[in-house]
Design a protein around this ligand. Structure first.
Ligand SMILES: Nc1ncnc2c1ncn2[C@@H]1O[C@H](COP(=O)(O)OP(=O)(O)OP(=O)(O)O)[C@@H](O)[C@H]1O
Ligand SMILES: [Mg+2]
Length: 392
């Protein structure tokens, strides 16, 4: 599945052909295996998943790798009796995760709904990894998603040569999940055109996918379910037909309730991302993380943290996900061009980029914020100077 795997295989097949002395082959053998940039959740957290499976003696629904209890422990984090620490993936209300996991064990599909950057995609990937051990059965929803992406397509060379047959059929990720009893993921469901969305209705209610060309059908086996995500800012959930909506249990992922929770999410994710990018992650970046989160929350809420000053909100979403990327970029700046310590100057440009999406209106809002709030705040002098520098 990974690059190193494929390399090894191609190397073996070349060795079979007996040309292992060729330069190309030696080069392949000497190169260290390339690191995958972003491993799938089931690979990145394979050790945690294995430890959970070893300790999990609760009943598991058909074809589930873990019990619902263990899946929710995997998402929320905790410590196993032998001391193995399970890192939290989702930071938020426990009940949300429990409802989401339980839904997957019923005959209803799961719809994760929320404003941008509330971890819908992230939670969906980890749920599929923990339940099915495979988060890759993914349909990316766009305005151009065709029906074949949800049902099946054809290998046209095969089709023309031999006519319709099982061998010529190209199953969609959803069809594969049905026949193998796995979790399929549909990203951005509400961006998919209505008639294509409707092809999910029979799949979810009848648990069957007819293939009229072959006079056959694929019936879903135990373990099959669908996790869809939808963003309620881009286009509303109203774009989901009511017939389809009835097939889903909707779970709304909220924005982090408190500044502390948001700082916790950002620092954990920056720590993980920093490690995978080879950036040294020091805990002394906390004050800048706190500052980014404060600025984002105040502008998002339209009021300062002390509730005293009303603010105008800019057009951007200023989500937790954006705060994570502002801090990660700042860390890269500090590492490559500074002394490795995250400072106000490293995050100011990133914040400006996230806030000022509309060059005219947002710039005025930002300047007003800098002059009325940032300038007056105790301990924010360096940040004020950095903001003035990047805004000028
Ligand atoms: N409550 C949270 N707990 C853990 N991580 C979070 C939380 N909120 C946001 N994140 C982080 O934010 C990042 C972005 O999340 P993700 O891409 O899943 O958002 P999304 O809701 O799918 O956004 P979009 O609507 O833009 O697709 C992820 O790296 C995730 O770890
Ligand atoms: Mg998403």
């Amino acid at each position: 599945m990974t690059v190193s795997h494929t390399r090894q295989e191609s190397q073996e097949s070349q060795e079979d052909q007996g040309d292992q002395e060729s330069l190309g082959n030696r080069e392949i053998a000497e190169q260290p295996a390339a690191k995958v940039l972003r491993p799938h959740a089931e690979d990145a957290f394979a050790a945690e998943l294995a430890a959970l499976a070893a300790h999990d003696d609760r009943p598991r629904p058909e074809r589930w790798r873990l019990s619902p209890w263990a899946v929710s422990l995997y998402l929320l984090g905790g410590t196993l009796p032998d001391g193995t620490v399970i890192s939290p993936k989702y930071i938020g209300p426990r009940r949300i995760v429990e409802v989401a996991v339980t839904t997957l064990a019923t005959d209803r599909a799961l719809l994760l709904l929320g404003v941008p950057g509330t971890a819908k995609t992230w939670v969906s990937e980890h749920l599929a990894a923990a339940v099915s051990g495979d988060s890759t059965l993914l349909v990316q929803g766009t305005a151009g998603t065709p029906e074949e992406a949800i049902r099946y397509g054809w290998n046209y060379a095969q089709l023309l040569a031999h006519g319709p047959s099982r061998a010529a059929l190209v199953p969609s990720p959803v069809m594969r999940a049905m026949s193998e009893g796995l979790t399929a993921r549909v990203e951005e469901l509400t961006r998919i055109p209505a008639d294509v969305q409707d092809s999910l209705i029979t799949i979810l209610s009848e648990k069957t996918l007819p293939v009229p060309e072959l006079g056959e059908e694929v019936q879903a086996v135990g373990g099959f379910n669908v996790i869809a995500t939808a963003n309620d800012r881009d286009r509303g959930v109203n774009d989901l037909s009511s017939a389809l909506r009835r097939r889903f249990n909707t779970v709304v992922l909220p924005l982090p309730a408190t500044p502390e929770a948001e700082v916790d999410i950002v620092s954990r994710r920056v720590d993980q991302l920093g490690r995978s990018l080879g950036l040294p992650v020091e805990s002394d970046g906390m004050s800048e993380i706190r500052r980014v989160v404060t600025v984002f929350r105040e502008l998002r809420d339209g009021v300062t943290a002390d509730g005293r000053t009303k603010l105008k909100s800019p057009s951007g979403t200023l989500s937790t996900a954006e705060a994570i990327s502002v801090v990660t970029n700042g860390l890269a700046l500090a590492t490559h061009f500074g002394d490795g310590v995250l400072r106000p100057g490293d995050v100011a440009a990133g914040i400006l980029g996230a806030v000022v999406r509309d060059p005219a209106a947002d710039r005025v809002i930002w300047q007003e914020y800098v002059e009325t709030v940032v300038r007056e705040r105790d301990g924010w002098k360096d940040f004020y100077r950095a903001c003035r520098e990047v805004t000028a």
